[in-house]
Design a protein around this ligand. Structure first.
Ligand SMILES: *[C@@H]1O[C@H](CO)[C@@H](O)[C@H](O)[C@H]1NC(C)=O
Ligand SMILES: *[C@@H]1O[C@H](CO)[C@@H](O)[C@H](O)[C@H]1NC(C)=O
Length: 247
């Protein structure tokens, strides 16, 4: 008996080691496929490091590699239409983090499309990731595993929601829609933000904006208690995050 199970187990073990190399953490390749510059903002959850001091410039067609340690969790979003002086002070029209190039612990101003992730470790290797429109939308983004095998989904909102944003939710600068707010951001009410007595999936129902977001970007979270189908899991050790991906 024992010999049979070893002969089955050993090749299996070898196979899994090849597929899932035991590396610490993950590599995030951030690519800008938009026609304009994007300034990615990065915020590590408390106690987690923040690569690149939380922000950098990424020209159209450029990519950058971020190495994050195992068990990292945090969020990444794109900032647009930014201007900074040579000490990194300035502002962005969307996703601005306290007027700094390097977000260093500050999150971005909504509306902004946000990538969220919680990485596993060598003992618990699954990585969890999603694209969230809970804070509204500013630009299309996707997070796609490189390898990882079956069941590794693509998290994305790859349509430009600014073109179909209800007028009451638009963030407009000089006649151009540069962001689409969530109902929570516009009304700040507990009912729309799923807070207070609405902090419960039974009590908090999707708003009109959440329904629109979900219809256009079904692979992204549209509101706080959206179904868990938008959350993806994978063991891949590399992920491609693309701003303005093509569908
Ligand atoms: C950059 O902007 C900040 C904030 O407006 C200002 O305090 C600083 O002097 C500026 N630095 C340079 C080199 O212009
Ligand atoms: C980037 O955009 C070009 C054209 O707009 C497209 O051909 C290409 O596939 C895009 N790349 C990604 C990763 O989406």
């Amino acid at each position: 008996m024992a010999t049979t199970s070893y002969s089955v187990l050993l090749p299996l073990l070898f196979y899994f080691t090849l597929l899932c190399p035991l590396i610490d953490g993950a590599q995030l390749i951030v690519a800008n496929n938009c026609t304009e510059s994007v300034w990615p903002g990065i915020l590590g959850s408390s106690g987690r490091p923040t690569p690149r001091n939380g922000g950098f410039h990424l020209g159209s067609g450029e990519e950058a590699i971020l190495d994050v340690p195992e068990k990292w969790s945090g969020r990444i979003w794109g900032r647009q239409h930014c201007a900074f002086n040579n000490t990194g002070h300035g502002s962005c029209l969307t996703g601005d983090c306290a007027g700094k190039l390097h977000c260093r612990g500050k999150s971005g101003n909504p509306p902004a499309t946000v990538i969220e992730m919680t990485l596993g470790s060598s003992s618990s290797p699954l990585h969890f990731y999603d694209v969230s429109l809970v804070d509204g939308f500013n630009l299309p983004v996707s997070m796609k595993p490189i390898g990882g095998g079956i069941g590794c989904g693509v998290a994305a909102c790859d349509v430009d929601l600014n073109f179909c944003c209800p007028s009451a939710l638009e963030l407009k600068i000089g006649g151009k829609v540069i962001g689409c707010k969530s109902a929570c951001l516009v009304t700040k009410s507990a009912k729309h933000c799923c807070t207070g007595k609405f902090a419960d999936p039974k009590a908090c129902k999707p708003t009109l904006s959440a329904h629109i977001f979900k219809a256009i970007c079904p692979r992204a979270y549209s509101y706080a208690y959206d179904d868990s189908g938008s959350l993806h899991t994978c063991r891949a050790s590399r992920y491609l995050i693309t701003f303005c991906p093509t569908k």
